[in-house]
Design a protein around this ligand. Structure first.
Ligand code: 13P
Length: 252
């Protein structure tokens, strides 16, 4: 089964406007030869409109790092799915570990955001992943199963193909401690099993599952060699033109 292969950069709260423009221009210069691999960037929201416009016909898709689940309302500082759609972003990152653990976003909120994104016509990239203490307690698969089940609660099968999952173990994010390819592959398999139980085998086989957490040019080859790893969600190494391009090019 061939699944979409996605190389995404999550810029988090980094880059001035000029730096963001330089970064995306640098990436687009050198992706003509990447075949069917897909490239996505998640810039800070205030730059989205300009980055979307720069990326038209460049082979780079753009996503928003977070959305609220309501269409509009008195939610100072928040951005609705409709607003993101209005500036023509394709993807919405939902439930990133920093949203879950720094901003205390719950599984239920993640589910509401997935539904709201789909309703607005955005494609959700749903992040799941366990904490270090959960891994050490042998609970990784249980935690990620629960996060996945709740994220997909009441989502009709016809929408599932619009959803991408990113497995990002919290202990590997920004720490330099990458999950071993075997750990990542096992977790991705387990996520696929959860999707299969809820929907069916074909649906589970078709869903792309990205790995995130200290991905670098030096470790991409062995991660990407794994059957269940369909691409990556890169933080730190996506902030430099060369390291992000190296990750995309090294992956075979
Ligand atoms: P790092 O690649 O910096 O570990 O961040 C991963 C991440 O959080 C991507 O969303």
């Amino acid at each position: 089964m061939s699944r979409r292969q996605i190389f995404a950069g999550n810029w988090k709260m980094y880059k001035t406007y000029n730096e963001a423009v330089d970064l995306v221009k640098g990436i687009m210069k050198d992706i003509a030869d990447i075949g069917s691999k897909e490239v996505v960037v998640f810039p800070p929201a205030v730059y989205l409109r300009d980055i979307v416009s720069l990326c038209k016909n460049s082979g780079i898709d753009v996503g928003i790092q977070n959305i609220h689940f309501e269409k509009e309302g008195a939610f100072t500082g928040e951005i609705s799915p409709l607003m993101a759609k209005d500036v023509e972003v394709r993807y919405a990152l939902i439930g990133h570990s920093e949203r879950r653990h720094v901003f205390h976003e719950t599984d239920d909120e993640v589910n509401k955001k997935v539904k709201a994104a789909l309703e607005a016509g955005l494609e959700p990239v749903v992040c799941v992943g366990e904490l270090l203490e959960e891994r050490e307690a042998g609970k990784s698969e249980d935690v990620v199963r629960r996060q996945t089940e709740v994220a997909f609660k009441d989502i009709d099968i016809k929408f599932v193909q619009k959803i991408i999952i990113a497995y990002e173990p919290v202990w590997a994010i920004g720490t330099g401690k990458v999950a071993t390819p075997d750990i990542a592959d096992t977790m991705h398999k387990s996520i696929r099993e959860t999707v299969k139980k809820k929907y069916n085998e074909k649906t589970a086989d078709g869903i792309s599952i990205l790995y995130g957490g200290s991905v670098k040019p030096e470790n991409i080859a062995e991660l990407y060699a794994k059957d269940n790893i369909d691409g990556v969600l890169v933080g730190g190494a996506s902030l430099k033109i060369k390291s992000f391009l190296d990750i995309i090019h090294v992956a075979q």
